[in-house]
Ligand binder design. Structure first.
Ligand code: C5P
Length: 233
């Protein structure tokens, strides 16, 4: 049985990959399924939290979770900041597109037409996690609110997965960062996941490959430990 340790807490979770509109029928997307974020929302609710799930995923909404459906990064930003205004925890499991098409066509782009698109110009999306950190500093998100980011990393010549994760944690300024190693056939869309939970305080927890539900439970343990140190009930 799960602990009832999130009773009275409001947990906001984002999940799924954003869809950036090109024209009325097409979008730019990514391989995020929403499974990990949905698992976190489900486990948080099962541990007693009031949960708002801001998602682009078509997966069923977990029991006792309030879902807000969005498509684009801009919609995700608006709904996440709105929900975060009264949150104790925000977990950003969504895979946000870094770029969106600079111009959205109001009618379907057609082959062979005069306006046949040779290229799609891209525009940078805001970094929602960085905006949450700034909103907390500005007092628009409660100061004790625990902010959790996710990082999908691959190792390369400039460093290992873990090194990239540590750098990202300090760059983003969030409290906890879940670092997953990703490739075409790992993590995205799968039922299991593994990696590390890195804390801004230097704490580091290894997550052996396990179900996304179990990983959600481990993450919420790390969140409550941090949250208890910050707030008194
Ligand atoms: O920079 P990167 O995309 O790897 O960072 C991942 C983390 O930042 C995730 O928690 C993701 O939800 C968040 N993010 C965001 N806004 C963006 C890009 C990423 O909130 N535009």
């Amino acid at each position: 049985t799960l602990p009832w340790d999130l009773a009275g807490r409001h947990v906001v979770v984002t999940s799924g990959g954003t869809r950036e509109e090109i024209d009325p029928v097409r979008f730019l997307g990514n391989r995020s399924s929403g499974k990990q974020g949905h698992a976190i929302a489900a486990v948080a609710a099962a541990r007693g939290a009031r949960v708002t799930l801001v998602t682009s995923s078509d997966l069923p909404v977990p029991a006792a979770v309030e879902a807000v459906h969005i498509e684009s990064a801009l919609e995700l930003r608006e709904e996440t900041l709105r929900a975060a205004a009264h949150a104790d925890v925000v977990v950003k499991a969504a895979a946000v597109a870094d770029f969106r098409p600079a111009d959205v066509s109001e009618s379907k782009l057609k082959k062979g037409s005069e306006s046949e698109p040779a290229e799609i110009r891209l525009q940078r999306n805001p970094d929602i996690l960085a905006d949450l950190v700034a909103a907390r500093s500005a007092g628009d998100v409660p100061a004790p609110c625990v902010l959790v980011g996710f990082a999908a990393e691959t190792g390369d010549s400039s460093g290992s997965v873990l090194e990239h994760g540590r750098a990202k944690l300090s760059r983003k300024g969030c409290d906890l960062l879940v670092v997953n190693e990703v490739g075409r056939d790992t993590t995205f869309g799968q039922d299991d996941n593994g990696g590390w939970i890195l804390g801004a305080d230097g704490a580091e927890t290894t997550l052996d490959r396990a179900s996304k539900d179990l990983l959600a439970d481990r993450l919420l343990d790390a969140v409550t430990a941090l949250s208890l140190r910050r707030t008194r009930r």
